[in-house]
Design a protein around this ligand. Structure first.
Ligand SMILES: *[C@@H]1O[C@H](CO)[C@@H](O)[C@H](O)[C@H]1NC(C)=O
Ligand SMILES: *[C@@H]1O[C@H](CO)[C@@H](O)[C@H](O)[C@H]1NC(C)=O
Length: 380
C-alpha cells in the first residue's frame, strides 16, 4: 500500500514536472485567448432578452434546435444554431461563447472570454423597437460595458485591463431594426413626421459614431462594424410588399446601401485619425448576403425565399405548440440546412456559417481594410 502510494506520488510528480515544463515551452507560442465583446441586435443576441420583459424573445423551441452546447434547447439566440459572432469566435479558437451580460454571475467571464451585450429589437436610436417594449438600445449596451470595465479594473488593475481590451475584438452588429421601423408603414415614425431617408441615414450614422467613440475611449482598439444586410430581401419585407419569388424591395435596399456607404466613410475616417493604433473593420454583410441569395444552389441551399420556421405570411410566428406533435412539425421545414432563412427575419445557422467564413478569411470586398483573422492577429 505504502509503496504504491510512493510510487504513485513519484509518478504524479513526474507528470506534474512534465506538465509544468510543457506549459513553459508552449506558452510563448500561444496567441492570446480569443476575447470578444459583442454589441448588437437579435442577429447576435445570445440570451440577454431572456432576462427582460419584452415581446422580442427566442426562448421557446424550435429556436436553438441545432445549438449543440444546449442540447438543442433555446438559449435566446434568434436562429436554429449559432450566430455569426459565435461562429467567428470558434473559427479563431474560442472554446466557448461570451455569456449574455444580463445573465446572473457573468461578470468574471469578461476576463476570459468577453461579454455579449446584444439585445433583440434594439437599434442605434433609443426609440427603435419601442413596440416590443423591452430591449437594450446601443447606448445602454455601452453603459453596461462601462460597468464591466470598472469591474475589470477592480479585479485586474488598470494596466492589465487596458492590455486585455487592446487585444480583444469588439463587434457591433446593429441598424437593422432602425431601418425596419423606418420602412414599416404601420408604425408612425415615433409619433413625429417621417424624416427624409437621407436624414434618417445621417441620424443612424452620427448616433452610431458617438457610441463607437465611447467604446474606443474605454480602451477598445480592434473593431468590427457590421453593415446592415439586404433587408429588402427578407421574407418579412417581401411578404409585406407582396413581392414575387426572387424579388427584393428596391426601396428598402436603396435606403440600406445609402446608410452602409455613409457608415463606410465614417470608418475610413476613423482609421485615418485613430490608426494604426486602432482598426475599424467594415463587415460587408450586405454583399455577402446578396451573393448567397443570388447563387443559393451553389452554396447547397434549396430555398432562399421562405423561412424554414413560421411560414411566409403574417404573423410569421415561429414556435412549437406546447404539446409539440403535428403543430410543431408543420411550423418547421424538413431540412434546416437547405434554407437561407430561419424565420421571417433571421438567417439559418447554415447561412451564418457562410457569412462568418467570408468575414474571417474573405477579401477586401467583404471585410475592409483587413479581414477578421488579420484583425485578430494584428499586434500594435
Ligand atoms: C501601469 O503602467 C504605467 C505606464 O506604463 C506604469 O508607469 C505603471 O507603473 C503601471 N502600474 C502598475 C501597477 O503596473
Ligand atoms: C440621433 O438620432 C436622433 C433621432 O433619433 C436625432 O434627433 C439626433 O439628432 C441624432 N444625434 C446626432 C448626434 O445626430
Amino acid at each position: 500500500m505504502e509503496a504504491l502510494k510512493i510510487k504513485f506520488s513519484r509518478q504524479y510528480n513526474l507528470i506534474m514536472f512534465i506538465a509544468l515544463s510543457m506549459t513553459n515551452i508552449v506558452r510563448p507560442c500561444l496567441s492570446s485567448p480569443f476575447t470578444s465583446f459583442v454589441f448588437g441586435d437579435s442577429l447576435v443576441d445570445a440570451g440577454n432578452n431572456d432576462y427582460i420583459f419584452t415581446l422580442s424573445k427566442a426562448d421557446m423551441p424550435p429556436y436553438g434546435i441545432d445549438f449543440k452546447p444546449s442540447g438543442g434547447q433555446p438559449t435566446g439566440r434568434f436562429t436554429n444554431g449559432r450566430t455569426i459572432s459565435d461562429i467567428v469566435g470558434q473559427t479563431l479558437g474560442a472554446k466557448s461563447f461570451p455569456p449574455p451580460y444580463l445573465a446572473p454571475n457573468t461578470r468574471d467571464e469578461a476576463v476570459h472570454r468577453g461579454i455579449n451585450y446584444a439585445s433583440g429589437a434594439s437599434g442605434i436610436l433609443d426609440e427603435t423597437g419601442i413596440l416590443f417594449i423591452g430591449r437594450v438600445p446601443l447606448r445602454e449596451q455601452v453603459n453596461y460595458f462601462e460597468q464591466t470595465r470598472s469591474y475589470m479594473v477592480n479585479v485586474m488593475g488598470e494596466n492589465r485591463t487596458k492590455d486585455l481590451l487592446k487585444k480583444a475584438i469588439f463587434s457591433v452588429t446593429i441598424g437593422s431594426n432602425d431601418i425596419l421601423n423606418y420602412v414599416q408603414p404601420s408604425i408612425p415614425f415615433f409619433g413625429h413626421d417621417k424624416v427624409p431617408p437621407t436624414m434618417f441615414q445621417d441620424f443612424m450614422v452620427s448616433n452610431l459614431t458617438i457610441q463607437l467613440k465611447r467604446i474606443y475611449e474605454l480602451g477598445a482598439r480592434k473593431f468590427i462594424v457590421v453593415g446592415v444586410g439586404p433587408l429588402g430581401c427578407i421574407p418579412f419585407i417581401r411578404a409585406l410588399n407582396l413581392l414575387p419569388t426572387g424579388k427584393c424591395s428596391v426601396e428598402v435596399n436603396d435606403l440600406i446601401q445609402g446608410y452602409n456607404k455613409k457608415l463606410n466613410e465614417v470608418l475610413d475616417q476613423f482609421n485615418k485619425e485613430l490608426g494604426p493604433d486602432a482598426i475599424f473593420v467594415y463587415a460587408n454583410s450586405y454583399d455577402i448576403f446578396i451573393k448567397i441569395i443570388g447563387n443559393y444552389p451553389q452554396y447547397g441551399f434549396e430555398n432562399a425565399n421562405e423561412p424554414c420556421c413560421g411560414g411566409y405570411f403574417p404573423p410569421f410566428i415561429c414556435f412549437n405548440g406546447k404539446g409539440g406533435g403535428d403543430k410543431a412539425a408543420s411550423a418547421l421545414c424538413n431540412d434546416r440546412s437547405k434554407y437561407v432563412f430561419w424565420d421571417a427575419y433571421h438567417p439559418t445557422e447554415a447561412a451564418n456559417i457562410i457569412i462568418a467564413k467570408e468575414l474571417v478569411d474573405g477579401d477586401e470586398s467583404f471585410a475592409f481594410p483587413i479581414n477578421i483573422r488579420q484583425l485578430y492577429n494584428h499586434n500594435s
